[in-house]
Design a protein around this ligand. Structure first.
Ligand code: ADP
Ligand code: ASP
Ligand code: MG
Length: 622
């Protein structure tokens, strides 16, 4: 007999008939001999409706009252589903988050789970009842018994956390699509179903806009080795398994606040090639990386920053042995990137930097916790280490620094994040198994045959809810990134795609660079205001906000060591005259910022360039 946690999303419980259908499904699973905890969302678009009501009363509703309001949605569903089960002769009991004892921190509207009291649920399970739990909500730990919510889409997180706390055999997420698809079928009906995906890939996809799973749910599955599957509520198809590491006996106390960083890595075998002042028009990145791929040069990080005027800087890192080849390719292509009208200008200058190293912190506890990256930057600043490039992903933040600073950086980071010397990771590698023969394979529980080659690109995601901020003329010295991201972290503003321009300009005797980054759109104006307040004191130039952007990303553990993946993405965009404003990569993802208008088209052309489209079209039921 298995203990299973099943979660049904809003559309799966959107009407009385659908609640009855869920009850039938639950009843069958129990009859097959399993114990069941069922987590449900609010019916249909109830939560959206409640948010709208609040906004009609207040432009800036009190967050405690918001939780009080939004948590009511789920309470309706638990009662109705219990009744429907009882009608089928199945004993069942509904419980709110507070009744279960889903204890969270007191951060209203975005609380993290601290621990879950399992006794009451276990007692009811023991009595043969199905326990129906309200998703997305908890109760604060500060003795005040405040109702909290976990953040939009958080019922997935409730379900996986309950599964981990109850030591369930697995967790099933039932939704309105057949599983995890190569992209959102509402935007690309040819999206294909995946059989499985690694949790690191899913963490990236979920955070980059694929809302089929709440990223924190994947984080918990990864940390606790909880097998997780996403399936259709309407069919019996097998769905998509998220492959997770083997359980490591992690403590269930501070469930979502565990140590955020488990590894500190140093890679000294790195060199950087930059092309400065290339034209800001479609096709430039495609030409450069197309040639690089044809020469079989494997690039690691790629960044492209926006700039004042109409030119960009593109930089990439390679391992030292192939630097000469990479430099030759860049030098050969540079003349063709200069505008014919100014053949002698300083356009497309090639710059090479050999004495660099990459330090990284890695761990699944960084999601939605901007303070972690900020702490890394602050630690490097305190150690007097200047940061040249930054690459962020959901599970890793890497900084390119001067090679001479490598040891100092690693010692400081190890100390700051309490990572033992023995835990310092090996340089390079995907950081997660993507298929047979890759790093850390033994940590992955395969639920379907493991020996399928990992595709370079597993999925494509679009995020239309981001804004871009650029700070002009930031003095190029240690501590600037720390100040900047420290301020944002203090206000809980998450930052993605952080890019410093390669070009350095001397103004008032101080070398300066621009820094650009993306933040959630709803935080854009606040971030701009916060940064404007300190800009003069810190000697920065203008703080510019652009909210009309879209971020399109490809994710796949198989892109590691595969030249040509980036080129293909950039070529697809160039072919459709879509200009790339920013590029940022991590080991398993490449993200491009384009105009908001072109976002959906960008997603579609990239999806088709990687041949992810299937022959069948999905129609997501209303
Ligand atoms: P639920 O209410 O069941 O939690 P959500 O609306 O939160 O459902 O998530 C399911 C939706 O996620 C789908 O209807 C689909 O439009 C969207 N989606 C975005 N990206 C993907 C993807 N890669 N695979 C599947 N669905 C996706
Ligand atoms: N009902 C909540 C929301 O709509 C939580 C969830 O569905 O996961 O965000
Ligand atoms: Mg959801």
């Amino acid at each position: 007999m298995a203990l299973i946690v099943q979660k049904f999303g809003g559309s799966s419980v959107g009407s009385v008939e659908r609640i009855q259908a869920v009850a039938q499904r639950v009843n069958q699973t129990v009859k097959a001999g399993n114990s069941l905890v069922v987590v449900v969302s609010a019916m249909g678009k109830t939560t959206d409706g409640l948010v709208k009501l609040a906004n009609e009363i207040s432009r800036n509703p009190n967050r405690r009252e918001m939780d009080m309001l939004l948590s009511t949605g789920e309470q309706v569903t638990i009662a109705l589903l219990s009744m429907a089960l009882q009608e089928l002769g199945q004993s069942a009991i509904s419980m709110t988050g507070a009744q279960v004892g889903i204890v969270t921190e007191a951060e209203h509207t975005r609380a993290r789970i601290l621990h879950i009291e399992t006794e009451r649920v276990e007692h009811h399970l023991h009595d043969g009842k199905v326990v129906v739990v309200a998703g997305f909500q908890g109760i604060s730990s500060n003795g005040k018994l405040e109702i909290t919510t976990l953040g939009r889409g958080g019922s997935d997180t409730s379900a996986v956390a309950l599964a981990a706390a109850l030591k369930a055999n697995f967790c099933e997420i039932y939704t309105d699509v057949p599983g995890i698809l190569t992209t959102d079928p509402r935007l690309v009906p040819e999206a294909q179903l995946m059989g499985e995906i690694t949790c690191n890939e899913m963490l990236e996809l979920a955070s980059l806009g694929a809302k089929v799973l709440h990223p924190r749910a994947v984080e918990i599955a990864r940390n606790y080795g909880m097998p997780l599957v996403v399936k259709s509520s309407w069919t019996d198809d097998p769905g998509t398994w998220v492959t997770t590491p083997k359980p490591q006996g992690r403590s269930l106390i501070n469930l979502e606040l565990a140590r955020p960083v488990d590894e500190v890595e140093l890679d000294t075998d790195q060199a950087k090639v930059a092309l400065l002042r290339v034209p800001d028009k479609p096709g430039v990145a495609a030409r450069l990386f197309g040639e690089i791929a044809r020469q079989k040069v494997d690039v690691d990080l790629i960044i492209q920053s926006i700039h004042e005027g109409n030119s960009n800087d593109i930089a990439f890192t390679v391992t030292t042995p192939i630097l000469k080849r990479a430099e030759a390719v860049a030098a050969a292509i540079a003349p063709s990137l200069r505008s014919p009208s100014h053949p002698n200008s300083d356009e497309a200058e090639v710059m090479v930097e050999q004495n660099i190293a990459k330090v990284s912190i890695a761990g699944a506890g960084m999601i939605g916790r901007p303070g972690v990256a900020a702490k890394m930057f602050a630690t490097l600043a305190e150690a007097g280490v200047n940061i040249q490039m930054i690459s962020t992903s959901e599970v890793k933040v890497s900084c390119v620094i001067d090679a001479l600073d490598g040891d100092r950086a690693i010692t400081a980071l190890r100390k700051a994040f309490e990572v033992e010397a023995g835990e310092v990771g090996k340089a390079g590698g995907a950081g997660e198994a993507g298929g047979a023969g890759e790093v850390g394979e033994d940590r992955v529980v395969y639920l379907s045959p493991p020996y399928l080659p990992t595709p370079p690109v597993r999925g494509v995601a679009l995020d239309l809810n981001q804004a871009r901020l650029a700070i002009r003329q930031v003095p190029d010295r240690p501590g600037m990134a720390a100040r900047l991201f420290g301020i944002l972290a203090k206000h809980n503003i998450s930052v993605d795609m952080i890019i410093q321009s390669q070009r350095c300009r001397i103004i008032d005797g101080v070398p300066r660079r621009d820094i650009a980054f993306t933040v959630p759109r709803m935080d854009g104006e606040t971030a701009q205001q916060l940064l404007c307040q300190v800009a003069v004191d810190l000697g920065w130039g203008d703080v510019v906000l652009d909210s009309a952007i879209a971020k399109v990303s490809i994710v796949g553990a198989g892109m590691v060591g595969q030249p040509g993946v980036a080129a293909k993405m950039f070529e697809a965009l160039a072919k459709h005259q879509i200009n790339i404003q920013m590029i940022a990569t991590s080991e398993i993802k490449i993200s491009c910022v384009v105009t908001q208008e072109q976002g959906v088209q960008a997603l579609q052309v990239i999806h088709s360039a990687f041949e992810l489209a299937g022959t069948e079209k999905f129609v997501v039921p209303a």
